[in-house]
Design a binder for this molecule. Structure first.
Ligand SMILES: NC(=O)c1ccc[n+]([C@@H]2O[C@H](COP(=O)([O-])OP(=O)(O)OC[C@H]3O[C@@H](n4cnc5c(N)ncnc54)[C@H](O)[C@@H]3O)[C@@H](O)[C@H]2O)c1
Length: 268
């Protein structure tokens, strides 16, 4: 039996592209998974896939904007599985990309709605799960960021700023709860092929190419690439890693800004 056998993991936004894959990967390696999402059909689909593969999971309705929804999740998880070892705060307002532009253009109401889900929702997840982790002597929180937190662009200012807040909150949680045995890290994905990233980049191939030419590897990432890191950070294999933001972006932010032009020139 591996050390990770018997882990109890909560995955928020587990009905979505990356979250569902992560929930499946945890369950496939012996964890019992709470599949939490605002969309019941998507959440149930993830649970069905896990159970069909011989894993254990249940769907818990969750709206990350509502404190009572997180309180109910923490209670249900402990009632059913006895503890919470991993909280993966993955849900985000990917449905609010439209209209998320720069400071002059953006509707302040939309700014608040995006922050409410992307940043306040992560804080609420920590607020309602941390007491259980402290009671049981430890746990691991893995928050989802984005390369948008680290570099400016012409759009998605609220999304990017809220994800930068997630990275800062990660360090605050890790600092305050480290002595209770709770670790808190963030994963910062780059271009990952999902339905939501396709909506952003797949404008006949051109949009995707614009991003891919800045990736050092010759391909985009997949939900599995993210799920593997979330799993590692959730398990005792990463027991001495906390307060970190770890990029999974094919090296997209690691080179000089003129690298893509130099590469194109060298290829003729
Ligand atoms: N796909 C990428 O290329 C990429 C890149 C960087 C970061 N990310 C991050 O990865 C995470 C997952 O992204 P994805 O591509 O799977 O997106 P997705 O849209 O497929 O999944 C998001 C999930 O969150 C759920 N959700 C939305 N609002 C909610 C709420 N109020 N309460 C509970 N659940 C809610 C949705 O129902 C959905 O299932 C997000 O945090 C996203 O910002 C993705």
């Amino acid at each position: 039996m591996g050390a990770e056998q018997g882990l109890v993991a909560v995955v928020t936004g587990a009905g979505g592209g990356i979250g569902s894959r992560t929930a499946e990967l945890f369950a496939g390696r012996g964890a019992r998974v709470i599949v939490a999402d605002i969309a019941p059909e998507a959440g149930e689909r993830t649970v069905e896939a896990i159970i069909a593969a011989g894993g254990q999971a249940f769907y818990q309705p969750l709206d990350v904007r509502r404190p009572e929804s997180f309180a109910a999740l923490a209670e249900a998880a402990v009632e059913r599985y006895g503890r919470i070892d991993v909280l993966h705060n993955n849900a985000a307002a990917t449905h609010l990309y439209e209209g998320d532009s720069h400071a002059v253009e953006i509707d302040p109401e939309l700014w608040d709605r995006i922050f409410e889900i992307n940043l306040r929702g992560v804080m609420l997840g920590c607020k309602y799960v941390l007491p259980q982790m402290v009671r049981q002597g430890g746990g691991s929180i893995v928050n989802m960021s984005s390369t948008r937190a680290a570099g400016g662009a012409l759009g998605l200012a609220a999304y990017g700023a809220s994800k930068a807040g997630v990275e800062a909150l990660t360090r605050y949680v890790a600092t305050a709860y480290g002595r209770h045995g709770v670790r808190c890290n963030a994963v910062r994905p780059g271009l990952i092929r999902t339905a939501q990233s396709a909506a952003l980049h797949d404008d006949g191939g051109e949009g995707l190419g614009r991003v891919l030419k800045h990736v050092l590897l010759p391909y985009a990432g997949t939900p599995d690439d993210i799920a593997e890191l979330v799993y590692f950070l959730g398990t005792p294999a990463s027991r001495y890693i906390t307060a970190q933001t770890i990029p999974v972006d094919g090296g997209m932010l690691a080179h000089q800004p003129f690298h893509a032009d130099e590469l194109a020139a060298s290829l003729g």
